[in-house]
Design a protein around this ligand. Structure first.
Ligand code: FAD
Ligand code: UDP
Length: 366
């Protein structure tokens, strides 16, 4: 007799939504994670009253009402709106690219003036049919924005030239002619009051949970533990890299407590010049407006993934997508294994898309 209906490898958002929905349908779930805690990358840790986003800033945003209502069952959300500021060679610019940014760059005051300036800036790229991130950025925003706000940040973040990257990476960022510093266009946005870990903990209520447990060791010792597997780790590792290794970007977080009330005046400041090795500094207290005499900040240093590091971002270029397709074909043939989430599906998913995907898949469970 198998003990569980589902063995879920990964206690991140995908695994947790899956477990929650499967349990609602009467299924028995065992959730394991190789980390020492649940939550995956949305894990937050309370440090003397400040909820620290241990794996980088996580702002919930979506236009999917069903997903918004779903996540709101598990926590109350505040009205936080992400408005990062960019630091470039001693100057500060509002993000995303909007009238405030255009004023700071060129002194233009009206949308008409801004459009004229951007027309000048993009004129030499006008007939370009953009085939990569650099060409897309130049033809959309022009030389100044590309050089000051995109090139350095992107090349640090991805460790590749902008000419080798796909344009979809920056299509995530709004470009608008209003004085609106909201980083997202989505209809709903906020931060869960009290952090994300409580959400995961509530989702997993009723499941058996084992942390510090690697799937590959565990399944070798317990091959008959469950009827089905849900795998949210790296799909290429699952198949022992038989079609070659997929590439990922990793990050190193340098987190420190500083005995000052307000270090940078904003939750997120991006450092867009290449010479500064980190991409952003997060000041965690500003997500929830915590009142304390000290603060906690994290510097985010991107690096290439290698075995032993955490794979945070899939690198969705043509070559990797081609390799992934081979793994996906194998995955499609599996009768009892479901692959989910950023690593299982090798997709640059935001949280809302992970929830949507887990809800759609669990919908099919009877
Ligand atoms: P994960 O959270 O990575 O969970 C997978 C889990 O599986 C991990 O806990 C891992 O330890 C475990 N695992 C892997 N392999 C094994 C194994 N062999 N055995 C056992 N366990 C294993 N999204 C937003 O919507 N808004 C944001 O502001 C935002 N900011 C982000 C900032 C950063 C720096 C990063 C990296 C991501 C951000 N995201 C954001 C995306 C968000 O983190 C993901 O969409 C979401 O967390 C993915 O959930 P998941 O369950 O797929 O993966
Ligand atoms: N980006 C940029 N300058 C910035 C912020 C972002 O050029 O100041 C680009 C960069 O290529 C980045 C992409 O836009 O990888 C997406 O940014 P986002 O903030 O969504 O990245 P994430 O939070 O997923 O790391």
């Amino acid at each position: 007799m198998m003990k569980y209906n589902y063995l879920i490898a990964g206690a991140g958002l995908f695994g947790s939504v899956f477990a929650h929905e499967a349990m609602k349908k009467g299924k028995k779930c065992l959730v394991i994670d190789k980390r020492s805690h649940i939550g995956g990358n949305v894990y937050t840790e309370n440090q003397d009253g400040i909820n620290v986003h241990v794996y980088g800033a996580h702002i919930f945003h979506t236009s999917d009402k069903e997903v918004w209502d779903y996540i709101n069952q598990f926590a109350e959300f505040n009205n936080y709106i992400n408005s990062p500021v960019a630091y470039y060679k001693g100057e500060l610019y509002n993000l995303p690219f909007n009238m405030n940014t255009f004023y700071q760059l060129w002194g233009v005051r009206t949308p008409e003036e801004a459009k004229q300036k951007i027309k000048e800036q993009t004129s030499e790229y006008h007939n370009m049919n953009p085939s990569n991130l650099e060409e897309h950025a130049l033809s959309l925003a022009g030389r100044d924005i590309y050089e000051k706000l995109i090139k350095g940040y992107t090349e640090k973040q991805w460790g590749r030239n902008c000419t080798e990257l796909a344009a979809f990476i920056i299509k995530r960022l709004p470009f608008r002619f209003t004085f609106n510093n909201n980083y997202f266009n989505d209809h709903y946005q906020g931060i869960p009051v009290g952090g994300y870990t409580q959400i995961i903990s509530r989702m997993l209520d009723g499941a058996d949970i084992m942390t510090n447990t690697d799937y590959f060791d565990f399944i070798e010792k317990n091959p008959d533990i469950a009827e089905n597997i849900v795998f949210t780790g790296m799909i290429d590792e699952f198949y022992n890299y038989r079609f070659g290794a997929l590439q990922y970007r990793s990050l190193k977080f340098e987190t420190q407590r500083i005995e000052t009330e307000n270090f940078q005046g904003n939750a997120v400041i991006n450092y867009t010049e290449k010479e500064i090795p980190y991409t952003r500094i997060i000041e965690h207290k500003h997500f929830e407006g915590c009142d304390s005499k000290f603060t906690v900040i994290s510097k985010e240093y991107p690096c290439e993934w290698k075995p032993g590091a955490e794979p945070y971002y899939p690198v969705n270029n043509e070559e990797n997508n081609r390799i992934y397709e081979k793994y996906r074909k194998l995955a499609d043939k599996e009768k009892n294994v479901i692959f989910g989430g950023r690593l299982g599906q090798y997709k640059y998913y935001d949280m809302d898309k992970v929830i949507r995907s887990a809800l759609d898949i669990t919908d099919g469970i009877d």
